[in-house]
Design a protein around this ligand. Structure first.
Ligand SMILES: [Zn+2]
Length: 99
């Protein structure tokens, strides 16, 4: 992992990570929309479409989880930052992530 590529300011690195994290969440919104739609009108989808969509949705979730585990780490100690989207500081090393 190249930890120092964006400079050595933890809050700058953290902002870039947060942007990527929010981008992956936005990317997932259409999937949530289709899941809601599918729950409302299950008779409008045949099994082949539903099966294909399920595979795509599961692939997205797997990708998002792996991406989050790799991306959502402290710029200093590389520990996972937890479920919070705006942690004030790293729970492990205490480095400030927001300014
Ligand atoms: Zn840390």
């Amino acid at each position: 992992m190249a930890r120092q590529t964006l400079g050595n300011n933890p809050s700058v690195v953290f902002r870039a990570k947060k942007r990527r994290q929010i981008a992956i969440l936005w990317f997932g919104l259409p999937f949530i929309g289709v899941i809601v739609w599918f729950n409302q009108f299950p008779q409008q989808l045949n099994n082949a479409v539903a099966g294909t969509f399920a595979i795509v949705a599961i692939s997205y979730v797997a990708f998002a989880v792996i991406f989050s585990l790799l991306n959502w780490r402290c710029p200093c100690c590389n520990k996972w930052l937890g479920k919070e989207l705006s942690p004030f500081s790293c729970r492990n090393c205490g480095v400030g992530l927001r300014r």
